[in-house]
Design a protein around this ligand. Structure first.
Ligand code: NAD
Length: 305
């Protein structure tokens, strides 16, 4: 039986990070600008703290100036908004990121929209959302996870997806919707499926590309997959897995990976697929923010999207 090609997001991300390191160094040499990333984390969610630490370490490894602002769970909206305003006005900071999810008493919309669009490296500000939806991405920040998925897709199929059917399963503002916009921009014919969609299996089985971002382990079965389709698995689920003969907590995606490998043309693993690309795109967006602040074009590491 045919075995799908494994799409190695880790290696692709490492290659992108190497480009970013060089570009960052050149920016410092030629323009005396060191890209700066500020990350805010509010509360004690352990997974969020791991993500933030990884982002900080990656920013440092890229030669960026990096600050982390760790605030207690009961921090008021006013304190956070004041801090964002200070960072908006701080010339050493080019990118600002607020780690989600936020504690329940905080208004996520108010906080993410307070970040100046030119520093919104997560791409959540309505200005950046609007630019992406209008196909005007030359100075817009694209949300990191779909940006990373798009690079993986382009690696397989090139950047013209004319005549290709893609299905995006999941319609979140962070992944599903921007993913669909990027696919449309590349001329794919796009179906967006979500929790209210009927006949999902039938719709998925017609797609040349399936991108799934639901958070439901092993949801996409081999029977849903068209032979040779490209499968991008965004889902991250913590489940009990047999590792070295013992059941341990491990990560799995939204695709029934082992069976899917027998029918798909190419597939991203979890972990090691989309995850590393997300953090690479955050670095790329931060470098782009620094470059745009100097009147230059965005970073070449994401030029293709
Ligand atoms: P979300 O909860 O905001 O959205 C989930 C989406 O799935 C919703 O739009 C919902 O309509 C849809 N959905 C739920 N049940 C469904 C069903 N039965 N059939 C079809 N659609 C259904 O989640 P999110 O933030 O978009 O994240 C989705 C997954 O991707 C999670 O597992 C998350 O951890 C993961 N994620 C991974 C990365 C990464 O870097 N790899 C980044 C972001 C999110």
């Amino acid at each position: 039986m045919a075995v799908a090609k494994l799409i190695d997001g880790k290696i692709k991300a490492e290659n992108i990070i190497e480009i970013i390191k060089k570009d960052s160094l050149n920016l410092q040499k030629e323009y005396n600008i060191k890209p700066g990333l500020a990350v805010l984390i509010i509360g004690e969610d352990p997974a969020s703290h791991i993500y933030v630490k990884n982002k900080r370490l990656k920013a440092e490894s890229c030669g960026f100036y990096s600050t982390q602002h760790t605030l207690p769970n009961d921090t008021s909206e006013e304190i956070i908004l004041n801090l964002i305003n200070e960072l908006n006005d701080n010339d050493k900071i080019h990118g600002i990121l607020v780690q989600l999810p936020l504690p329940k008493h905080l208004n996520e919309t108010l906080i993410t929209q307070a970040i100046r669009p030119s520093k919104d490296v997560d791409g959540f500000h309505y200005m950046n959302v609007g630019k992406l939806n209008s196909g005007k991405t030359s100075d817009a920040f694209i949300p990191c996870t779909p940006a990373g998925c798009m690079i993986l897709i382009e690696n397989e199929l090139g950047n013209d997806l004319s005549g290709i059917n893609a299905i995006v399963i999941g319609r979140s503002n962070i992944v599903g919707k921007p993913m669909a916009s990027l696919l449309l921009k590349a001329h794919a014919t796009v179906t967006i499926a979500h929790s209210k969609t009927k006949n999902l299996e039938m719709l998925a089985s017609q797609a040349d590309i399936i991108i799934v971002a639901v958070g439901s382990p092993n949801m996409v079965k081999a029977s849903w997959i068209k032979p040779k389709a490209i499968i991008i698995d965004v889902g991250i689920n913590r489940v009990g897995k047999v590792i070295d003969g013992e059941i341990k907590m491990g990560l799995t995606g939204d695709v029934d990976f082992n069976d899917a490998c027998n029918i798909a043309g190419a597939i991203t693993p979890v972990p090691g697929g989309v995850g590393p690309m997300t953090i690479a795109m955050l670095m790329s967006n931060t470098l782009s923010a620094a470059r745009l602040s100097a009147g230059l074009e965005k970073s070449t590491s994401t030029k293709e999207i």
